[in-house]
Design a protein around this ligand. Structure first.
Ligand SMILES: Cc1cc2nc3c(=O)[nH]c(=O)nc-3n(C[C@H](O)[C@H](O)[C@H](O)COP(=O)(O)O)c2cc1C
Length: 266
């Protein structure tokens, strides 16, 4: 190349290096942003299907290779005002994000420390419930529950029989408790123990709890107790806290009271 032309086009000049670097960054950011936009609906659909799958699982309706959307049609999703315990149209149960709503000043409330047995700080004013129908009859009601374990927020669903008291199942779908210790919360056989246990003993305060050790077979209140998790008592205490919070007077208590009375009146 003649000296003059070389002078005019120096590949290694600072300006050329900057142009290439900025150009490359722009191209890459366009590719990444486009991928995020294109994949977002697929990601949202997958998240929604996963949530539906867990609800179907705790309801005992999940079958391998089943069409999740079709199975979910037997479930009536409703929104509940937690303070009054009444159904409300204030939010859409299919898109509601309880954690986001909890942090929103208009949609969430701070939980006074002495009542915060789930250790969550804030909660949404509203929460979805899932009514599993058997024809025109309610077969079970499924409640979203969450609270702090040792390391993480544990999110799950609690299923109750139409009496609003007998537990059908408790299933966690997200947590970061230690494998082999706290993660027993979403493993059999510990999970299976919850079916048939009772939340209330006639009053409005939940009695169900995870104890330390094994529930004595002849204990008069064995129906309100679940075996502890060996080496993971702190996670187990978190499960007691969150189940009692969400079934208690500051969680779904008012709703479950209405629910039990409605069923009794029918
Ligand atoms: C690395 C490590 C991970 C642990 N993970 C958990 C856990 O996920 N859940 C839990 O309750 N305890 C966990 N523990 C144990 C707790 O510190 C505590 O000892 C235990 O909860 C007490 O339960 P225990 O009385 O049944 O032994 C962990 C301990 C260590 C060292």
């Amino acid at each position: 190349m003649p000296d003059k032309a070389k002078k005019e086009f120096d590949r290694d000049s600072i300006s050329n290096t900057l142009i290439v670097a900025i150009g490359l960054s722009l191209v890459c950011s366009v590719i990444v942003s486009s991928a995020a936009i294109v994949l977002k609906p697929i990601q949202e659909k997958n998240e929604e299907e996963f949530r539906q799958q867990i609800i179907l699982d705790v309801a005992g309706l999940m079958q391998p290779d089943a069409d999740i959307n079709l199975l979910f049609e037997s479930i009536d999703s409703r929104m509940v005002d937690l303070e009054t315990g009444e159904y409300t149209d204030a939010a859409d149960p299919n898109t509601f994000d309880a954690l986001v709503a909890a942090g929103d000043p208009a949609m969430g409330i701070a939980i006074p420390k002495e009542l915060d047995i789930a250790l969550i700080g804030r909660r949404a004013k509203y929460a979805p419930v899932y009514l599993v129908m058997d024809g025109a009859e309610i077969d079970q009601v499924i409640l979203p529950v969450y609270g702090k374990g040792l390391w993480s927020t544990m999110l799950g669903y609690l299923s109750l029989a139409p009496d609003g008291n007998t537990i059908r199942g408790l299933r966690f779908y997200a947590h970061a408790e230690t494998p082999g210790l706290g993660d027993q919360i979403d493993k059999e056989p510990w999970r299976a123990q919850w079916a048939g246990k009772l939340v209330y003993d006639g009053g409005d305060e939940p009695q169900i709890r995870v104890i330390k050790g094994t529930v004595p077979a002849n204990a008069p209140d064995a129906m309100y107790m679940v075996d502890g998790l060996a080496g993971a008592t702190l996670t187990a205490n978190g499960v007691t806290g969150l189940v009692q919070y969400w079934t208690g007077p500051n969680g779904f208590g008012p709703y479950l009271k209405n629910f039990r009375e409605d069923i009794t009146d029918e």
